[in-house]
Design a protein around this ligand. Structure first.
Ligand code: SAM
Ligand code: SF4
Length: 361
């Protein structure tokens, strides 16, 4: 049955929710390999064997939200809060540009105050101009008004990542406080589309109580809203969060299962959505050292090496044992490039690597 579904996907026929769920439920090693091979075949056809680097700048852990899973939620008193100044963000983005990364991602906790909005606007403009408009600028700064999205777009940002986290309303309500709303998130995604961004979203996999049917519906949601990029990753507990207190740290067996589920989601998303950009999340590497390269072999085509100054990294702990927190940016560039050639792929240095799907629209 699995092989029939994969053949159907290769013939470009649409898959229904039951078929997607069947692919996500595979456990037989041969069938799993057939799934990964089919996803890689589709990746080669639609986006090629090039891994694009996005230099990730985690510019502040100040957050007005309190998501139950996240280590930098506002109620976590064990976090030493930081906010990079404009100069520091600019310097790190320019480092990414000079290291020939085609783009950077500016990410932080959510803030909606005027001072922050204006600072981001200024720094995006500076990066855009200093890189001769060459460096792609992605923002991942949470929910904002359409007006703010428009201002940042005008300043030079061209992509935005805002995960829906899960499309199951009950699960969404269980992992967020009452004042967080899935409807607002969907409206934000629609506003990002209207303001001309390449829009990225995604989910966390392995949330307590999440089913394979939920994840299959998540993939269909990505297709339904016609997304350009996907950034999704395994949920990993953080001990200082309400969810982390209930979920003990993963055993080696659980890490292995979480990695497999992450890889299956990447593969099935590639099979269903085909010509979009898919990131191999850092969280995959927290589960196994080569997790991100395995993500590339299963259909991902984007990696986000951390270019944040080493001193800030330990303060941006979304989950326990986040990798690379004691490395500097050059080490990340060096070790990743070597590992990518090791799997027979090229790094798209100096290329923005826009979503082919976005340009076809
Ligand atoms: N504040 C912005 C937002 O929420 O969109 C951007 C930064 S937030 C830290 C980026 C992503 O981190 C979230 O979308 C969430 O999926 C992920 N994240 C947070 N806690 C996590 C955890 N414990 N395990 C895995 N991913 C996590
Ligand atoms: Fe804040 Fe984003 Fe973490 Fe939620 S996931 S607490 S919005 S940083």
């Amino acid at each position: 049955m699995v092989l029939n579904i994969l053949e159907k996907a290769k013939r470009k026929e649409n898959l229904c929710v039951e078929e997607i769920e069947a692919l996500l439920t595979i456990s037989d090693p041969d069938e799993l390999q057939a799934l990964y091979d089919a996803a890689y075949y589709i990746k080669e056809q639609y986006v090629g064997k090039i891994a694009y680097f996005r230099g990730l700048i985690e510019c502040s852990n100040l957050c007005m939200k309190d998501c139950y899973y996240c280590g930098i939620r506002k109620s976590n008193k064990n976090v030493e809060r930081f906010l990079m100044d404009e100069e520091e963000i600019f310097k790190e983005a320019l480092w990414a540009y000079e290291a020939e990364y085609g783009s950077c991602v500016i990410q932080s906790g959510e803030r909606q105050d005027t001072a922050y909005i204006e600072m981001i606007e200024r720094v995006v403009k500076r990066i855009h101009e200093a890189s001769n408009r060459e460096l792609g600028i992605t923002l991942s700064l949470g929910e904002q008004t359409e007006e703010v999205y428009r201002r940042w777009r005008k300043a030079g940002a061209s992509r935005y990542l805002l995960r829906i986290e899960t499309t199951n309303p009950e699960l969404y309500a269980r992992i967020h406080p009452e004042d967080h709303s899935m409807e607002t998130r969907k409206e934000c995604l629609a506003a990002l589309r209207r303001t001309g961004y390449q829009v990225g979203t995604g989910v966390m996999m392995g949330l307590p109580g999440q089913t394979m049917r939920d994840l299959a519906n998540d993939i269909l949601f990505l297709k339904e809203i016609d997304i350009d990029m996907v950034g999704m990753g395994p949920y990993i507990p953080h001990s200082d969060t309400p969810m982390g207190e209930e979920v003990p740290p993963y055993t080696d067996e659980q890490k292995k299962d979480a990695l497999t589920l992450g890889l299956k989601m990447i593969a099935v998303t590639r099979i269903v959505l085909k010509d979009i950009n898919i990131a191999a999340a850092t969280a995959l590497q927290a589960l196994e050292y080569t997790g991100r390269e395995q993500g590339l072999k299963c259909g991902a085509n984007v990696i986000m090496p951390n270019v944040t100054e080493t001193e800030f990294r330990p303060k941006y702990q979304l989950y326990d044992n986040k990798p690379c927190t004691d490395e500097n940016s050059s080490m990340c560039r060096g070790c990743l490039s070597g590992r990518i050639s090791g799997i027979g792929e090229e790094v798209g240095f100096n290329e923005r690597g826009d979503s082919p799907h976005f340009h076809k629209r």
